[in-house]
Ligand binder design. Structure first.
Ligand SMILES: C[S@@+](CC[C@H](N)C(=O)[O-])C[C@H]1O[C@@H](n2cnc3c(N)ncnc32)[C@H](O)[C@@H]1O
Length: 267
């Protein structure tokens, strides 16, 4: 797939989602209750209290901050921060002496995240417009890299992990929630851009994921695989021509192919 074209499609789709336009068909922006959804993927009531409602767009697939064991004073970088969902949680954990930087390539998301920070007077977060393949952050400057349901969308995952390695301080660590595959997707789904935007078609096999993380130089890499609560019932049926799962065989569900993973490791 052409890289520039893919980036444009992903950016346009998430720009619309940031502006509250639902029903794009990607399957991730139409979840009716974002709070309940967040609980289903591992966020506690207490955690959700510190996250502004407007930052929760139900676009996540795990709780990377929970596993990151953040400490006061740490610098955290969130890749593909969206409206700031995990950034606000991380900001409450690192405290006023710490700092959280959210990076996203979609201007509308950055705008929404900045508004959320301003409205809720959160001073230790900063949102930077940029691509995760070319992180707008200095070498050896970050204690922890987090990310939630984003790297599957990158056309150059190898480069993303090289960039993560570059910006991490020696001893720095990653805690990344993402989508990966148990087996190769049917061709029709692989080629469907709605399924790409919906965090399905860009995903790679779990083993391949681990190899890419290790090849970046990160050590002690662990990839934990979890069942997927991301997708609603509409994903278990073939919704027809042009929709995401038009390529599943009868009796199959997307959970036969797609899982949520959490990647950990350190520099
Ligand atoms: C599924 S959403 C997840 C947002 C956020 N992490 C959350 O959990 O709410 C994916 C986000 O990643 C951003 N994104 C996708 N590909 C990107 C890239 N190559 N560089 C930077 N941001 C990217 C999109 O703009 C979008 O905001």
């Amino acid at each position: 797939m052409n890289r520039d074209k893919t980036i444009k499609i992903v950016r346009d789709a998430y720009g619309k989602i940031a502006k509250g336009q639902k029903g794009c068909g990607c399957g991730t922006c139409c979840i009716p209750d974002a709070k309940e959804y967040a609980k289903s993927i591992g966020y506690s009531e207490e955690e959700l209290k510190v996250i502004p409602d407007d930052a929760n767009l139900a676009l996540s697939c795990g709780n990377p901050t929970a596993l990151a064991r953040l400490k006061k004073g740490e610098t955290v970088l969130d890749l593909g921060a969206g409206a700031g969902f995990d950034c606000f949680l991380a900001a409450s954990k690192v405290g006023s002496k710490g700092k959280v930087i959210g990076v996203d390539m979609t201007p509308e998301m950055i705008e929404k995240a900045r508004e959320n920070a301003k409205r809720n007077v959160v001073k230790n977060v900063e949102f930077r417009l940029g691509e995760i393949e070319n992180l707008p952050a200095a070498d050896n400057s970050v204690d922890v890299v987090i990310s939630n349901c984003v790297i599957n969308l990158s056309a150059d995952k190898k480069r993303v992990f090289q960039e993560i390695y570059r910006v991490l301080k020696p001893g720095g660590r990653i805690s990344i929630s993402d989508i990966a595959l148990l087996k190769k997707l049917p061709k029709k789904i692989r080629e469907n851009m709605l399924a790409y935007v919906g965090c399905i078609s860009g995903a790679i096999l779990v083993d391949e994921y681990k190899k890419i993380v290790e090849a970046s130089g990160l050590k002690n890499v662990k990839i934990a695989v979890k069942g997927l609560s991301l997708y609603t019932d509409s994903y278990t049926e073939d919704p027809g021509e042009g929709k995401i799962l038009g390529g599943l065989k009868k009796g199959e569900s997307i959970q036969d192919y797609v899982v949520s993973v959490c990647a950990e490791g350190n520099k």
